[in-house]
Design a binder for this molecule. Structure first.
Ligand SMILES: [Mg+2]
Length: 342
């Protein structure tokens, strides 16, 4: 765990799968994309698990039950049980249960994952604002969620019923493109009511707490592809993180990351779990990693040397993050990233 502002990716002499006891893995963009396993995910996760690392899958998507997610993973060749999956539906159900009487009715705008998670906490899912709900909860409901559900939520929330959301991701990737996510659905109710929901999902503490409670992790490593959910969630929880470049984050976004979005480690894909991580050394004004040296110039980041692209990116991160301090780096890194093919 690090103190203060992170100014460079850290090194690790040991493989990350040995240095940490539990990997808290994001799914989309890390393990699979559009229903298919991401390159090297199946083999890398198998090897990490054989080596003794506990694998847990942490998703902001509240639509599917842990059983359904585990079934999907197993089909892809990644053996998982329902206990290995933690969803934002579970995190929000716990949050609600702490604030309403036992056995209370909860108006659900969402899918099966949310209903199962509420029942697990002894709460009773209902469908109408007239069912006298003690809380309203919104989770991703898939493309067929009827518009009338938002009206039910709005009626109850306007009456002052406490409002909860599993997560507020504005978009969700689908096989055909980018679709509106639960955050967009929450905006609909917010516009109609002017109210503010309590939110459970990444990067907020209830999700992280749910994950630690369910896995019992002592030395967890968050593994994700998104800076503003996975990496910020790890930052908020005071936990180390590994960013993989198989999802939504590109090199330019990483270089511009403010402190709460800076991962502890950066790697191309899940093979990064099985290796150590190189140290970055300072040489005068420059930061050296592998064969590369990165420096912050007046208006752009300079890169000299050669070697593996990831080492170059790590060196650039050190130069950019050090120059930015507790802000976001505005230096142009385009040319240097192009040299690395990133
Ligand atoms: Mg993701």
């Amino acid at each position: 765990m690090s103190q203060g502002v992170r100014t460079e990716p850290m090194g690790s002499g040991r493989p990350l799968s040995e240095a940490y006891d539990t990997a808290l893995l994001d799914l989309d963009g890390v393990v699979y994309a559009g229903g298919r396993a991401i390159a090297h995910a199946v083999d890398s996760l198998g090897a990490a698990r054989s080596g003794g690392m506990r694998l847990a899958y942490v998703t902001n998507n509240a639509l599917r039950t842990p059983d359904a997610v585990a079934g999907h993973l197993s089909e892809l060749g990644i053996p998982a049980g329902a206990d290995d999956v933690i969803t934002s539906a579970q995190a929000v159900a716990r949050l609600i249960a702490e604030q309403v009487p036992a056995g209370a009715r909860v108006l659900v705008v969402g899918g099966e994952g949310l209903r199962v998670a509420l029942r697990e906490r002894g709460l009773v899912p209902v469908e109408s604002a007239d069912d006298d709900p003690a809380a309203v909860v919104q989770g991703y409901g898939g493309p067929d969620l009827p518009w009338g559900r938002f009206a039910e939520a709005s009626y109850a929330v306007r009456r002052g019923v406490p409002w909860f959301a599993s997560n507020t991701d504005l978009t969700i990737p689908s096989g055909r493109g980018i679709a509106p996510g639960n955050g967009a659905a929450v905006e609909v109710v917010r516009i109609a009511t002017g109210a503010e929901p309590q939110v459970a999902g990444k990067p907020l503490p209830p999700m992280h707490r749910e994950t630690i409670l369910r896995t019992g992790a002592q030395r967890p490593l968050v593994v994700g592809d998104r800076l503003d959910t996975d990496i910020e969630g790890a930052f908020n929880g005071g936990v180390d993180s590994l960013l993989v470049l198989t999802g939504v984050t590109d090199g330019a976004q990483l270089l511009a990351a403010p402190p709460q979005h800076r991962p502890t480690y950066v790697d191309a894909d899940l093979r990064g779990l099985l290796t150590g991580q190189p140290e970055i050394t300072r040489e005068g004004d420059g930061f050296r990693c592998g064969g590369w040296t990165a420096t912050a110039g007046a208006d752009r980041l300079e890169l000299t040397g050669d070697g593996g692209a990831l080492d170059g990116l790590r060196a650039l991160c050190a130069a950019a993050w050090t120059a930015a301090g507790d802000g976001a780096c505005r230096l142009d890194g385009e040319k240097s990233l192009a040299r690395l093919g990133l």
